[in-house]
Design a protein around this ligand. Structure first.
Ligand SMILES: [Zn+2]
Length: 439
């Protein structure tokens, strides 16, 4: 039987088919094998070993790797309110280009995601765009002001999967307790942006040798650690799910390790820039490397990698943070924090975790597949018969250099422009349809 090209996997042709000639990577089963995957009506029907010999129409996987579509639980889609940086639609295109079929978006929009109508609006925009599934993280407090809690039941009913005041921490320990109690009642986690704002002050870079050398105000690691330890102490008294977002420091990894050992319901994530960059890379004053929390030193980077290896850190999330060129092309002190990341996360994972031997391919994919899916409780990140046919196909060895013109995101503020990576996403399939073919 002649095999069709994956580029022809359009909604019209996508009823029932097999993708053959692939190396299947199943992160949950911790297995890799050469075989095929059968899809019917947007769902995974079966997986098999060797070449497919049945009578269903076949698409040629071209020897690529096939894995569950990736899940990113920390992105900023900027809509509503900051559509000049990114929209739900452009963010979803960036997700598809990076192999992500599901993303959780943060509530620091304008208005913030603090009402049912905003949650519904974002989900509707994502459905209209059709490139990825979007799961809003609602604001923990009205307007993210740290005063009055939002209506979690209603927000969850509308589709929110977690609460957070991301961009800022939950304001105080009393509020943390009430947020945890209410969130637990609704079966969702608190996503905490761990930062003591007073400790960060006007800091713009990791506090250490390089902040002094560059004459920039530093942010000490304890800014993150004070907030995390506050929350973990509260968590000891409340049975609730707590997720620490974008951890950057060695001390934080150690705290999460201890909290997990003591049986708390804790999960944690780090971001790609913390495992492949160091504060010494900021000597160019490149504002795309100005990120909050800041990129720290080599010991922190090594501790985060160790945390991913031993399961202390559950997920890698991009913290995709788009900003317009005119906002980043200013003096370092005045630039906003953040780097886009959806389109480079997978390649960083391959280049900095798999190739050096820190993690096997299935272990590495686990931190962007079923583990993050489990944090937000969605059906995704797995190769499971009956589950959604959300798939990523990638070349594990393709060498490429990141160029500004590559991005599908509306913004181009990547910390990785000019970086050479090994491994690249080639096709992303959402509910059985190849969405990269129409990017
Ligand atoms: Zn944050």
């Amino acid at each position: 039987m002649t095999k069709k090209s994956l580029n022809n996997l359009t909604p019209e042709s996508a009823g029932e088919y097999v993708i053959d000639n692939v190396t299947v990577v199943d992160p949950e089963a911790d297995k890799t094998w050469s075989g095929h995957v059968g899809v019917k009506d947007g769902k995974i029907e079966f997986t098999g070993e060797g070449s497919y010999s049945g009578s269903i129409q076949v698409f040629d996987g071209g020897g690529l790797n096939l894995a569950p579509g990736f899940v990113d639980i920390h992105v900023h889609l900027r809509e509503p309110g900051y559509e000049y940086k990114e929209t739900v639609a452009t963010g979803c295109r960036a997700a598809a280009a990076g192999g992500f079929t599901a993303v959780a978006c943060m509530p620091n929009t304008k208005p913030s995601i603090d009402e049912r109508t905003v949650v519904e609006f974002i989900i509707k925009q994502a459905k209209m765009a059709g490139f990825a599934k979007v799961y809003p993280v609602a604001a923990a407090t009205v307007g993210r002001k740290g005063e009055k809690m939002t209506e979690y039941h209603e927000l969850v009913d509308a589709g929110a999967v977690a609460v957070s005041d991301d961009g800022a921490p939950v304001a105080d320990a009393g509020l943390v307790r009430r947020v945890l109690e209410y969130a637990n009642h609704c079966g969702i986690p608190l996503f905490e942006h761990c930062e003591d704002k007073a400790a960060s002050g006007y800091g713009v870079i990791n506090e250490g040798y390089y902040s002094t050398k560059l004459g920039l105000v530093g942010v000490p690691a304890y800014s993150e650690e004070i907030c995390l330890s506050r929350d973990l102490l509260v968590l000891e008294t409340v049975p609730a799910k707590f997720h620490a977002s974008h951890l950057s420091s060695k001390g934080s990894v150690e705290m999460i390790r201890r909290a997990k050992k003591s049986g708390l319901q804790v999960t944690a994530e780090t971001a790609p820039h913390y495992i492949c960059l160091e504060d010494k890379d900021l000597q160019t004053y490149n504002t795309n490397l100005k990120i909050n929390p800041p990129i720290r030193g080599s010991e922190d980077r090594d501790a985060l990698i160790e945390g991913l290896k031993d399961g202390t850190i559950d997920c890698l999330a991009s913290d995709h943070a788009p900003h317009a060129p005119q906002e980043k092309q200013v003096e370092f002190e005045y630039a906003p924090f953040g780097s886009i990341g959806l389109e480079t996360t997978f390649s960083i994972l391959m280049t900095h975790l798999v190739k050096p031997g820190h993690l096997t391919l299935p272990q590495a994919l686990a931190v962007i597949c079923h583990k993050p899916a489990d944090v937000i409780g969605i059906d995704g990140g797995r190769l499971k018969a009956g589950g959604p046919a959300d798939l990523a196909l990638f070349d594990s060895d393709e060498e490429w250099t990141v160029e500004e013109g590559d991005f599908h995101s509306k913004s181009k503020n990547s910390a990785f422009i000019g970086h050479k990576f090994s491994g690249r996403v080639k096709h992303t399939i959402l509910d059985g349809v190849n969405v990269t073919a129409s990017l």
